[in-house]
Write a protein that binds this ligand. Sequence first.
Ligand code: PRX
Length: 656
Amino acid sequence: MATIESILHETRVFSPSAEFAKRANISGMAAYQALCDEAKSDYAGFWGRLARDHINWHKPFTRVLDESNAPFYKWFDDGELNVSWNCLDRHLATQGDKTAIIFESDEGEITHCSYRELHEQVCQFANGLKSLGVKQGDRVVIYMPMRIEAVIAMQACARIGAIHSVVFGGFSAKSVHERIVDAGASVVITADEQTRGGKHHALKATVDEAMSMGNTDLVRAVVVYRHTGTDIGWQPGRDKWWHELVEGQASECEPVWVNAEHPLFTLYTSGSTGKPKGVQHATAGYLLGVMTSMHWIFDYQPDDIFWCTADVGWITGHSYVTYGPLAMGATQVIFEGVPTYPDAGRFWKIVQDHKVTTFYTAPTAIRSLMKLGPDLPQQYDLSSLRLLGSVGEPINPEAWMWYYTEVGQSRCPVVDTWWQTETGCHMIAPAPGAVPLKPGSCTLPLPGIDAAVVDEAGHEVEPGYGGFLVIKRPFPSQLRTLWNDPERFKRAYFPHDIGGGRYYLAGDSAHCDKDGYFWIMGRADDVLNVSGHRLGTMEIESALVAHPYVTEAAVVGRPHEVKGETIVAFVVLKNKLPQGDQVAEITATLRDWVAKEIGPIARPEEIRFGENLPKTRSGKIMRRLLRALAKGEEITQDTSTLENPAILEQLKQPAP
Ligand code: PRX
């Protein structure tokens, strides 16, 4: 894993080949600069032009940006459109028979679905939802395997103006419950099971458990897609089979034309408190963001075979599986499984078999595949590839170089894309036919994105100095608010002390180099990034203290070669310190408990027990010390302000 030090000294630069640049949507630095200049000289005109170029409007907008109630910005707010219509119907006349989705199941079964077929299935399912009484503005929770039906469910919601809230299939019953209740969902869509890496995982049983936790009276129906055919519990009246719901439904469904600002979806993500945030995106601005980034950063070409490996449970799957590629009329691969099943060549085999041109994945996958099979890419024909992408966490230069040389055969640009659930689409990333690449840097902001690194007072820092990453002007694809919590939205993203409440605060620390390139150093708040998954330390701490054994807990991240970060928990038990076999026993109990409370991705790697936690005299837990202890570093900081310095000795010992 590269240290900050080695990233700071990275000097390699890779310019686009003349051949790539010639065909690119942004061809050369002058073209990139011209777009940036256009945005600078007429911000509203720039975004208005793009919104007209990319989106088909049912009713054209006349206003671009309304800042009167900042930071609750509105974009194109007197226009009307439908996202599903933009993703499906508008392609029917010109390319109805083009393959929209090449689906490959965990076991390698392949299905092709054309735009016409997808349109028909979305319409039928949308009609099915309508028959359940779902209407514009209703919330629908989707807890599905990574299959075509997940996309159909999301697109069907968009078609009728219902607001979907997808929950990643790896989250626990408690997480599903929290999201159903917070969203006030009227329908839940799920499957009997999901299959990943040859293993089956229950989904319907998890929904049943969530539904039994109370406050779910608003849920009128649970729609179940039959995937593996396993036996499941059934509540007559409430539970409906997907195939029965769509049976006999018309294959046309007039879209509901919604206002540009109508919420398209909410997606829960971790913040620095225990309660996940329901990030709310609007219809038109979000659609515009995913389309411009497909065009500029993925350099979308009509003959591309696009493959983003993310699950639709995350924002990456929303933007670059469900919406972006379909809005562009692309052919994309959707894969149900995992990169290492049946072996570590699976991704490369899929690229070969489907002639993938554009491949987008996370550094954690790249690092694990690099470790498991450094020479494997050479055993496959990867000559179809023309562009590679990375997302979710900083990519260390070593992994970047392996990706570039071994997977991309030194021919394909690597677009390292920095963005977030909240931004909806790429914010800082290279336009690959223009911007020279530096391994480990996400390079330059997209045209129109006014990103900067500032100090605690909101002043821009000199190149080379670290600070907070902010975006200084509103942009179309940004979150509109947090579901049910506008105050938290303002507090978390537009704090008064940084930029006077006008800057969007990303929560990351970063620095710029002398060329204006951005280098992301990681989160500046209490959010962890484990294998590209975002988790709040407070969420994990709340789960731990909810266990009857536990009095107090503090959670920190520890750098990890493949996962980026892993979770280390420091725990104070109600009873005295565990001894001998008890340690392993209680550790296993608590790790499983967290996995059950939140989901397996939140399971701590290590738990250490102490009689106490290191605190200042005012009672604040000293996380910096805990981070050092987790890493096994000698404590060199001044510990004289500690209430209980002796505790450090106890917590220093790694778990057996
Ligand atoms: O810390 C940054 C990291 O992931 C966070 C956003 O997580 P999430 O909302 O789950 O969205 C992930 C997919 C967009 C950011 O605050 N992050 C994301 N992309 C990068 C990154 N860190 C460094 N480089 C990236 N390319």
